[in-house]
Design a protein around this ligand. Structure first.
Ligand code: ATP
Ligand code: MG
Length: 310
């Protein structure tokens, strides 16, 4: 595995606040890491350290092997960053914003122009290229912001809450653009509060809470390890609900029901066949019997509300 991002023991305090306490991260090149956490968890602080904007108090971080504190210039050559707050210049047009950045990065006039036009096209902004950015909608600004971050053809991009405040359509468009960059081989670290976003885009997820990593893994392993699946049984005859509930409790040890559907969180799947057998023996006909995997939302709440470590 080629690590695009590696961090060990990152720590950062702001006065009394421990924004990060010993965070480790590793992101394989060409993959997406979703950094999840509630407000104040330390996500932006981690991104700013990795993007050379902030020095850690302790620990080390490397971007494609370059130390972020010892070789920040080398790191800056290969990264792109879009902040939590979009950084486009309002008074410039879309194309001017990108041209300006390309020239700053030392590209020739002709190169800058073709880079700018290519990016505007890729991001569906060709028609708006000659309008000043202040006339752009929120979604258009985010796309321009992301385009700006790609002007230097970065190998690693940091996206700090890229879709906050976007409507579902604009969000889907941005997700598609991000997927496109990943297909081109770009490595992405994105922070988000939206579990669905991490589920959609990330190969791996790291959950931070109060400056520490509280869980990590693929979306699937997190759901499996942290959340338990829920068994749902709905008898054909609603009058049988109490009987079903009693039977489920005998096997699984717990149940809830709403007068129609009996639910229980299952520990191990062996319990399921036991429930099916018991229902059969009791001659209870069921209209629905299903096992629902926990949503990433439930996993996230469980981890960040209780602060439980796994
Ligand atoms: N420049 C700063 N000065 C003082 N405290 C700071 C500074 N930057 C961050 N903090 C504090 O560090 C902690 C982590 O902040 P950070 O911005 O990294 O959180 P976050 O996970 O990005 O939150 P959000 O989801 O709200 O963006 C918070 O308690 C915050 O108040
Ligand atoms: Mg933040």
């Amino acid at each position: 595995m080629t690590s695009a991002i590696q961090a060990h023991g990152l720590a950062k305090r702001f006065g009394e606040t421990a924004a990060l306490t010993s965070v480790d991260l590793e992101v394989e090149a060409g993959t997406v890491l979703g950094l999840l956490g509630p407000n104040g968890a330390g996500k932006t602080t981690a991104v700013r350290i990795l993007a050379t904007l902030l020095r850690p108090d302790a620990g080390q971080a490397f971007i494609h092997g370059h130390d972020v504190t010892k070789s920040p210039d080398r790191v800056r050559e290969i990264i792109g960053l879009t902040g939590q707050f979009a950084a486009v210049d309002d008074s410039l047009t879309g194309v001017e914003n990108l041209l300006f950045l390309a020239r700053l990065l030392g590209k020739s006039r002709a190169d800058s122009r073709s880079t700018a036009l290519d990016l505007l096209g890729r991001f569906g902004l060709s028609d708006a290229a000659d309008r000043t950015a202040k006339t752009y909608s929120g979604g258009m600004r985010r796309r321009l912001d992301l385009a700006a971050c790609l002007v230097g053809e970065p190998q690693v991009i940091f996206l700090d809450e890229p879709t906050t405040g976007l409507d579902p359509n604009a969000r889907d468009q941005l997700w598609e653009i991000i997927r496109g960059e990943v297909r081109r081989g770009v490595t992405v670290l994105l922070t988000t509060q939206y579990l669905e976003e991490a589920d959609q885009l990330a190969n791996d997820i790291v959950v931070v809470n109060q400056g520490s990593v509280v869980a990590q893994g693929t979306p699937e392993t997190l759901k499996r390890e942290v959340g338990r699946p829920t068994l749902q049984v709905r008898p054909v005859d609603a009058a049988q609900v109490e009987r079903v509930a009693a039977l489920v409790t005998e096997v699984i040890g717990e149940h809830t029901h709403d007068g129609r559907v009996v639910k229980a969180r299952v520990q191990d799947t062996a319990a399921l066949s036991a429930v099916v057998r018991r229902l059969d023996d009791a001659g209870i006909e069921v209209a629905e019997l299903s096992v629902r995997e926990p949503s990433l939302d439930e996993v996230f709440k469980q981890l960040t509300v209780t602060g439980a470590a796994v």
